[in-house]
Design a protein around this ligand. Structure first.
Ligand code: NCD
Length: 334
């Protein structure tokens, strides 16, 4: 089957988001709109009444085929703060149940008049597949698909960087660890490139940082000191052992010795560098407790910023659906 091009699939005819599947094909203007909108929702989070009615009367389904704590919960909070009704489905799947069963689940949920699906799946392309097959005016938000993309995570990371560094101008960013299996690294690289960051280094062993990433605009570094030298932002990633087929590493302790972020290795970065991690953290494998809990760590800010970014994306996609030709016939009648 022919795949629709991501840009055509996720934007309506006015160029507004109607699904959020990948950062591929989205320009600086739309990414900046997400960040600006998220900034305004962040100030709302500090008020005693945290709700706005932007999704009132809408039903949002959290459709998680893969485990998650932070992402599922912050999507749920985001939808609730927008006044939506939220349903959580945690579906255990085997690696073989794809295509038909996914479509069947989807059709059943559509029959319950859902307005939005937030999808996490271990198959790359699952959210895209659902967006191609759902009925018009149902918004699909990708909450992580295989190794492919995790666009809301990348955008909450961009918000965290912008709030700490003021802008993206001239920043040097190192993403360290298991890049090969990371949908977060792929989406971050797209976001950073689109927002004008030209010095992005992907750091880790050859087995986990293959050279083809250089084609996406990054510098490949197999030496931690060179990778961290003078950077403003460090993103640490977990070893995704559940996605590793065969031995890609000598041992965790060897990985920590060569690529672990400790107080000593952090000193190679700029003194005011921020330390980020999408979670879950493996202390003593990719990061020391001193650094994870230290004053340069912004790991918990990322979680808070995640709610605001998800509110921004959900509200933009819902309004993009309502204003699209497809949706206008039925969008307000649900
Ligand atoms: C990441 C994911 O699921 O891709 N975590 C997250 O969403 N907070 C990264 C990971 O699992 O290592």
């Amino acid at each position: 089957m022919m795949r629709s091009e991501p840009r055509a699939l996720q934007l309506n005819e006015h160029g507004q988001l109607k699904h959020f599947l990948t950062l591929d094909g989205l320009d600086n203007t739309i990414l900046t709109e997400i960040l600006d909108r998220a900034d305004s929702f962040l100030s709302m989070g500090e008020q005693s009444v945290k709700k706005v009615p932007l999704l009132r009367g809408k039903t949002v389904v959290n459709l998680f085929f893969e485990n998650s704590t932070r992402t599922r919960t912050t999507f749920e909070l985001a939808a609730k703060r927008l006044s939506a009704d939220v349903i959580n489905l945690n579906i255990e799947t085997s690696a073989t149940s794809k295509g038909e069963s996914l479509l069947d689940t989807l059709k059943n949920l559509e029959a319950m008049q859902s307005d939005m699906f937030i999808v996490r799946h271990s198959d790359s392309g699952a959210a895209h597949f659902i967006a191609e097959h759902c009925t018009p005016n149902v918004a699909i938000i990708n909450a992580g698909d295989g190794r492919h993309a995790h666009p809301t995570q990348a955008m909450l990371d961009m918000l965290t960087i912008r709030r700490h560094k003021g802008s993206f101008d001239g920043l040097k960013v190192a993403i360290v660890g298991d890049i090969l299996h990371s949908r977060v690294a792929r989406s971050q690289l797209q976001a950073l490139t689109t927002l004008g960051v030209s010095d992005v280094r992907l750091v880790g062993p050859k087995t986990l940082v293959p050279s083809f990433f250089a084609e996406m605009g990054a510098t490949i570094c197999h030496d931690l000191e060179a990778g961290l030298n003078d950077v403003d932002v460090i993103v640490m990633l977990r070893l995704q052992k559940e996605r590793m087929k065969g031995a890609l590493l000598p041992s965790e302790s060897e990985f920590y010795r060569l690529y672990g972020l400790t107080e000593e290795t952090l000193a190679w970065a700029k003194p005011d560098a921020i330390v980020m991690h999408p979670g879950p953290i493996n202390r003593g494998v990719e990061i020391s407790s001193e650094v994870a809990d230290g004053k340069q760590s912004v790991i918990l800010d990322q979680v808070t910023n995640g709610i605001a970014v998800r509110m921004a994306v959900l509200s933009m996609a819902m309004s993009g659906q309502l204003q699209s030709e497809d949706g206008s016939a039925t969008g307000d009648e649900k």
